[in-house]
Write a protein that binds this ligand. Structure first.
Ligand code: S3P
Length: 428
């Protein structure tokens, strides 16, 4: 796809539903007794993979765009899938679902696409095995395809080496089916959508800073869920609004869960003109409108506790840093290497092709600003939706047009991304 510089961006968009929350709404609705209705569900490829997997386990799910209805009949009603559970590109689907499958009394086989086949699974299969799960896979359960034979589980006290909501959630979902209490402790607090939504479904959890405990045997009751807009998707528009001259963009109903708002803190520290208007009727998940205007930006240092709060936004923050005065340093972010692509490598290689001065480090990157991005090159998403969108945003500020390959990957989390970008730049 060929894209070129834009002169200004103005107007208002509704950011599609949060991916993490959409996945959980389907999974927990499938485990609950009763009818769960979901509004503003994200109909992106990843969340559709979750729906497909739970349909294969016998759950009746109606999906019409961003409206979803799940006819749950309790966790015991899940049935043995007759074919492979295909998670597509979705790490959240596979890791959370493993926590559910570990305690179900049936056999299942799970796999996804080429990217999933390279992503580490032991971080989830190891603690699940400690609880008594029977999981097998390539390299001793590190890689897909994986097979799970349901087993009775025992609660554990698990100290995770990485701050990861996928690990935490998988262990908690196994804990829900285990004898006794299961506790997960993380080095830093990761996103807490699982905790918030399980509470909305009537499950009791106890939380203490970086630890969460759950007692097994609790039942979920259906709930009505409103999914706020995904701040990880909004981040691309916050960045483009700040970088492109003469711009002012309003983003409606964006999720403002504090475990996800690291990008807002970074933008403020960079000096961005960003206004936050919280909604009064936020229930389980806070949300509000964001207004971003063209800004003069300065470099920042990012590391430590904030990393899990913005891990998915680092590709777009790297681009933003090329337009900030000074050197931006991103550290403590080695997790980037095991995302949909190795995002240290893909961010550095693709931004360099556009003329950026950027260096990879062992756990992040250094970006030198402020620079003019020349463009005039062919770049690729490498099949990674967030790299594809970062490059789509980069094209708005490069001197010469750029050719972006594999833009289809963007369907994973933001099918209407270019439509929204065109609308704001009056190109529709
Ligand atoms: C997610 C957790 C994060 C994030 C991913 C979605 C989730 O992954 O990067 O996009 O929905 O729980 P990790 O748990 O691996 O950090």
């Amino acid at each position: 796809m060929k894209r070129e510089k834009v002169q200004a961006l103005n107007g208002e968009i509704h950011i599609p539903g949060d991916k993490s929350i959409s996945h959980r709404s389907v999974m927990f609705g499938a485990l609950a007794k009763g009818t769960t209705t979901v509004k503003n569900f994200l109909p992106g490829a990843d969340c559709l993979s979750t729906i497909d997997c739970f349909r294969k386990m016998g759950v009746r799910i109606e999906q019409n765009g961003s409206d979803v209805v799940i006819h749950g009949n309790g966790i015991d009603s899940l049935s043995e899938p007759e074919s492979l559970l295909d998670v597509g590109n979705s790490g959240t689907t596979i890791r959370l679902m493993l926590g559910i499958l570990a305690g179900r009394p049936f056999y299942s086989a799970v796999a996804g696409d080429e990217s999933i086949a390279k992503r580490p699974m032991k971080r989830v299969t190891e603690p699940l095995k400690q609880m008594g799960a029977k999981i097998d896979g390539r390299a001793g359960g590190e890689f897909t395809p994986l097979s799970v034979s349901g087993a009775s589980l025992k609660g554990i006290d698990y100290v995770s080496p990485v701050a990861s909501a996928q690990i935490k959630s998988a262990v908690l979902l196994a804990g829900l089916q285990a004898e006794g209490t299961t506790t997960v402790t993380e080095p830093h607090k990761s996103r807490d959508h699982t905790e918030r939504m399980l509470s909305a479904f009537g499950v009791k959890l106890s939380e203490d800073q970086t630890s969460v405990s759950i007692t097994g045997g609790q039942k979920l009751t259906a709930a009505d869920i409103f999914v706020p807009g995904d701040i990880s998707s909004a981040a691309f528009f916050l960045a483009v609004g700040a970088m492109v001259p003469n711009s002012k963009i309003i983003l409606k109903n964006v999720g403002l869960n504090p475990t996800r708002t690291g990008v807002i803190d970074v933008l403020k520290n960079m000096g961005a003109k960003l206004e936050i208007k919280p909604s009064a009727d936020s229930s389980a998940e806070p949300y509000g409108d964001l207004v971003i205007e063209t800004s003069s930006l300065k470099a920042v240092e990012i590391g430590g506790d904030i990393i899990p709060r913005l891990i998915d936004e680092i590709p777009i923050i790297a681009l933003l840093a090329t337009q900030a005065e000074g050197t931006t340093v991103i550290k403590d972010a080695a997790e980037l290497k095991v995302k949909e692509t190795n995002r240290i490598d893909t961010v550095v290689s693709e931004l360099r092709k556009l003329g950026a001065e950027i260096e990879p480090t062992a756990d992040g990157m250094k970006v030198y600003g402020k620079q003019t991005l020349k463009g005039g090159a062919t770049v690729s998403s490498h099949g990674d939706h967030r790299i594809g969108m970062m490059l789509g945003i980069a094209s708005c500020i490069t001197e010469e047009p750029i050719e972006i390959e594999q833009t289809d990957a963007i369907h994973v989390s933001y099918p209407t991304f270019f439509k929204h970008l065109n609308k704001l730049s009056n190109k529709s």
